[in-house]
Design a protein around this ligand. Structure first.
Ligand SMILES: Cc1cc2nc3c(=O)[nH]c(=O)nc-3n(C[C@H](O)[C@H](O)[C@H](O)COP(=O)(O)OP(=O)(O)OC[C@H]3O[C@@H](n4cnc5c(N)ncnc54)[C@H](O)[C@@H]3O)c2cc1C
Length: 467
């Protein structure tokens, strides 16, 4: 028999567990889910309204999550964490976004991304181990600072960054155009071009900075939705970092992206978008079953049009969730249930094998949330357009899905291009020459144009040779 979903002493007012894939969760994971629903009822849902109105970082929600041990959800048990897996991470983010606060869910997504990047390389690093041990006790919120002002959503291309070896450590610089929890996080994982960088942007190194080592300007943050997530600019201004602040070996950036940062960001942010979709459907259920039209004696929910809206939203959202959880289970299988000890071997990169599936996961969830938020607003009518119902806030929050990097434009192209032309054609770091485009453009030049181009190229080549 399906459990009854409770909201305090009462039955939950939105969709019940009969529309949730509860069979995917262990008994322990169901307990975590119940605790988050209760925390949402008592604390997080109300704080979400305050965060949205005042652009307030949801620290109160993080303090409450830390009391449940959830900042250490993915931290290995031997370091005092819960040692949970990908399925649980997806469920936790979705649950926070759905019943509690989407801004908190996004900050928590970035926290889990930072935890994953740090835990991947914690084995011989006492500084990382110390942070991982204290995340809940000291409420140490982590985040990922990747997006570069010069390269926009191509967050894997940090041109405004660098690092030099100096006596006793490294001098490191980085400019970020967006950083969730920027100025509020206690620790930051970020990437720069490697020390001894020779022009190859695939050569990236991962670093750890503490809150007092970054410059943020949270007062400048503003945005349509997810207003509590405080994703402002950030600068690490030639800060001296000791060798223990290098996360993993020099040049580990691409591996760290493919194995930790991207899989966890894509998994958890997709869960955030699904949580927002479900949160909207819950509100629409409550509103449309209560609102009556006296003239025809009908509730809004009695109109077949409204039933169709809700039916389609559930079908599409559960398809998006099914893909999230399928890939969470796949990664659980590939990693022996998120056992970080397999990464003592730095060449072990099992999640990277399924990264192209994770692109599909994010594309699907972010596309769906844009549609569902529109349709649930339509179902709730003008009442939904006003803040009271919460629909308009969820709608604004959901709009971040499509534009957050990797954006949906980029993702669908990654999938289509790699399927048609092979993975090498993606050329993340702009290194492979497209001979077809080159030949076609040159074909358009007349003899004088070709000569002028050849002379220009010869000069450039001679300049390079002389360097
Ligand atoms: C709420 C929120 C929180 C965020 N938090 C973080 C964070 O914690 N850390 C972090 O590092 N970043 C974060 N970001 C930044 C995010 O990941 C992107 O980097 C950012 O949204 C890019 O904005 P932009 O204006 O530079 O877009 P641009 O990159 O300029 O994109 C503009 C348009 O061009 C399209 N486009 C770009 N490249 C291509 C291409 N190759 N092919 C086709 N179309 C393309 C895009 O899809 C988009 O439609 C956050 C963003 C948001 C909205």
């Amino acid at each position: 028999m399906t459990d009854v979903k409770k909201w305090g002493d009462e039955d939950f007012w939105g969709l019940g567990f009969e529309f949730d894939p509860q069979w995917l969760l262990t008994a322990e994971q169901k307990k975590i889910q119940a605790a988050i629903i209760e925390l949402s009822r008592t604390t997080m849902r109300e704080n979400a309204v305050e965060s949205d109105k005042k652009l307030l970082f949801p620290r109160k929600n993080f303090q409450a999550l830390a009391k449940l041990g959830l900042l250490g959800l993915l931290v290995p048990k031997e370091l005092g964490g819960m040692g949970q897996n990908h399925t649980c991470a997806a469920m936790v983010v979705e649950t926070i976004a759905r019943y509690g606060c989407p801004s908190t869910a996004m900050c928590y997504t970035m926290h889990l991304g930072a935890i994953a990047a740090a835990t991947l390389r914690h084995h011989d690093n006492k500084t990382i181990q110390d942070i991982l041990r204290r995340v809940d006790k000291d409420v140490l919120v982590g985040t990922l600072s990747y997006s570069d002002p010069e390269t926009g959503s191509h967050f894997w291309y940090p041109v405004s960054s660098g690092a030099e070896k100096v006596e006793g450590g490294y001098r490191v610089r980085k400019k970020a155009s967006w950083t969730t929890s920027g100025g509020f996080a206690d620790w930051y994982v970020f990437q720069t071009t490697s020390p001894d960088f020779g022009g190859n942007y695939a050569d990236l190194t991962v670093w750890l900075a503490l809150g007092n080592e970054v410059k943020a300007e949270p007062s400048k943050w503003d945005g349509l939705g997810l207003r509590g997530n405080q994703s402002g600019t950030l600068e690490i201004d030639n800060v001296f970092l000791t060798p223990d602040r290098m996360v993993g070996p020099k040049g580990d950036g691409a591996s760290s992206n493919d194995e930790a940062v991207d899989p966890f960001f894509l998994l958890c942010s997709s869960s955030c978008w699904n949580g927002i979709s479900l949160g909207m459907i819950d509100i629409a259920k409550r509103h449309t079953t209560m609102k009556k039209h006296v003239d025809v004696g009908m509730r809004v929910a009695d109109y077949p049009t409204i039933q169709d809206y809700v039916g389609e939203a559930i079908c599409d959202t559960n398809a998006a969730r099914a893909l999230v959880f399928q890939m969470a289970k796949a990664m659980d299988q590939l990693t022996n249930d998120c056992d970080w000890s397999i990464h003592r071997d730095v060449m072990a990169l099992p999640r990277a094998q399924v990264l192209h599936w994770m692109w599909q996961v994010k594309f699907t969830a972010a596309k769906n949330v844009a549609h569902v938020t529109d349709k649930m607003l339509h179902a709730c009518g003008g009442t939904g357009y006003k803040p009271g119902l919460g629909i308009e806030r969820y709608l604004r929050d959901g709009k971040a899905g499509w534009v957050m990097g990797p954006t949906n434009e980029v993702l669908r192209q990654f999938v289509g291009k790699s399927a048609l032309l092979g993975f090498a054609s993606l050329d993340y770091w702009n290194q492979a020459v497209n001979e077809r485009v080159l030949a076609n453009e040159i074909k358009k030049l007349d003899a004088a144009g070709k000569r002028a181009l050849a002379e220009k190229l010869m000069k450039e080549a001679q300049g390079k040779a002389a360097e």
